[in-house]
Design a protein around this ligand. Structure first.
Ligand code: NAP
Length: 441
């Protein structure tokens, strides 16, 4: 057996992910040593309650409630506690003690990433976070290393499994949001408090992490435009299906070039919202709680990364990949992986984004209404690509209600929202049923 140097590994947290990481570290010691070029000794596991039941059977003597003492003298610290504090303080402590850090904590990186990467830079340490965006799917390393010589134009990600599970079941079963959410909670796909998932907060954190990496730009969380899926109902899903689309909660990170001179020549947009995706697009075939990240790069073209976006053991796989990289770096020394913000591109507000839309309106079924609607759209610089009208008869024999579904050409979000406000106030529109962006066509 090769006589490897031993590296001391501290694990903070032994919940769904941490307990699996500990189990794999203990079970696959020899194999990991060959891959890492060092023996990885699990020095201890910090938790809140050393007697709490664990998903994996682990030696009782490894557990401690004293995370800070465990960090001192460690070569690699794996943070899997989650939340902002004490995770932030522990990571800063680990870096200042000379350890490399592995974390899956998207909330922390999206909020305090700049501070943590700076601290790592100052001491030449590295922070690895493959599991922080899209769980088991390798996407951080491809963006950081494999595509380092390319230019990413756009990332479209289904990065939240809970919302994809809900939207997928609504699409396949015609069920309503509340019904599927309750079911998802019963089956453990959604938390008792589903806000972070259904309101898009979790996806926004991942979008900020992916965009920072892809565009070498610091992306504060409050610059990510965020809308959730709570207003998506069965009727909207059905009308999307009818038009050849599926509704997906997308994290879109986009490089925007503007040769007009009106705005910055190059900028980015980072946004999360439910969008219509053509049924022929690869992202449309992402079912259940799976995740996928679709990357468009200048030279490589389109790439899609697909798989489990969560789950204890699945996420542990990504964490261990990082531990092996951290071990190699620790042994070889040299500069850390580093986070580049060299481009620092301006981040455009949602109003400056251009995309296609589908607008669904209810209007009274009278002569001239369609012409009025078309006139308002044209005045607002929103050009119509398709129109479909269905008349819902009035049982009392009066003028019925017509439902108009308008597909637009690319329009500026600000123009579109001003125009929709004008339509709503026009007197001919009874109700603006929905306005959805179309992505991926
Ligand atoms: P979890 O099941 O809630 O486990 C958290 C662990 O951290 C527990 O063992 C807990 O100790 C420990 N802990 C919490 N606060 C602590 C404190 N102040 N001091 C010491 N220990 C503390 O969390 P998880 O699902 O494993 O997630 C861990 C991280 O991975 C999070 O950042 C999460 O966002 C990320 N992640 C999770 C998944 C997933 O599928 N679960 C996927 C991707 C990324 P006790 O057990 O004693 O309470």
């Amino acid at each position: 057996m090769t006589d490897y140097r031993t590296l001391r590994v501290a694990l903070l947290g032994a919940g769904a992910v941490g307990s699996q990481v500990a189990g794999l570290l203990l079970r696959h010691g020899d194999e990991l040593a060959d891959r890492a070029g060092a023996r990885l000794e699990l020095a201890g596991i910090a938790v809140r309650d050393v007697d709490a039941p664990r998903d994996v059977d682990l030696p009782r003597e490894l557990f401690t409630t004293d995370a800070e003492s465990l960090i001192v003298g460690s070569d690699i610290v794996i943070e899997l506690m989650g939340g902002l504090e004490p995770a932030r303080t522990s990571i800063l402590h680990a870096l200042s003690s000379g350890a490399d850090v592995v974390t899956a904590n998207k909330a922390l990186l999206a909020t305090h990433g700049a501070e943590i990467y700076d601290a790592a830079d100052q001491v030449g340490a590295s922070v690895y976070y493959e599991a922080a965006a899209a769980g088991a799917i390798p996407i951080i390393r491809p963006l950081r290393d494999s595509l380092a010589g390319d230019r990413v134009r756009r990332i479209m990600g289904i990065v939240n499994g809970t919302t994809n599970y809900i939207l997928d079941r609504m699409d396949t079963e015609g069920a309503d949001f509340a019904e599927v959410l309750a079911d998802a909670q019963r089956l453990g796909y959604a938390e008792a408090d589903p806000t972070a998932d259904v309101e898009g907060y979790d996806a926004a954190q991942k979008a900020a992490i992916l965009a920072s990496l892809a565009f070498h730009t610091s992306v504060p969380l409050d610059t990510v435009h965020r809308e959730g899926i709570t207003s998506v109902d069965a009727a909207l899903i059905e009308s999307a299906r009818h038009a050849g689309y599926v509704v997906k909660l997308l994290a879109v990170c986009e490089r925007i070039e503007d040769a007009s001179g009106a705005g910055p020549a190059e900028a980015i947009s980072v946004r999360v919202y439910p969008a219509l995706v053509p049924r022929t697009h690869p992202l449309a075939s992402v079912h259940g709680a799976n995740n996928a990240v679709f990357v468009e790069a200048e030279a490589a073209g389109s790439l899609m990364f697909y798989g489990a976006g969560a789950g204890g053991v699945q996420t542990a796989s990504a964490v261990l990949g990082d531990v092996v990289s951290a071990a190699r770096h620790h042994i070889a020394g040299g500069v850390g992986v580093g986070e580049s913000t060299r481009a620092n591109l301006p981040i455009l507000p949602i109003g400056r984004v251009t995309t296609r839309y589908q607008i669904t309106l209810e209007v009274s079924d009278e002569t001239g209404v369609l012409a009025t609607v078309a006139g308002i759209l044209s005045e607002g610089r929103v050009s119509i690509a398709t129109v479909e009208q269905t008349v819902v008869a009035d049982p009392d024999g009066g003028p019925g209600i017509a439902r108009i579904v308008i597909g637009t050409h690319k329009a500026l979000e600000q123009d579109l929202s001003d125009t929709v406000a004008r339509l709503a106030a026009s007197g001919v529109v009874e109700r603006v049923v929905s306005v959805l962006r179309v992505e991926g066509d």
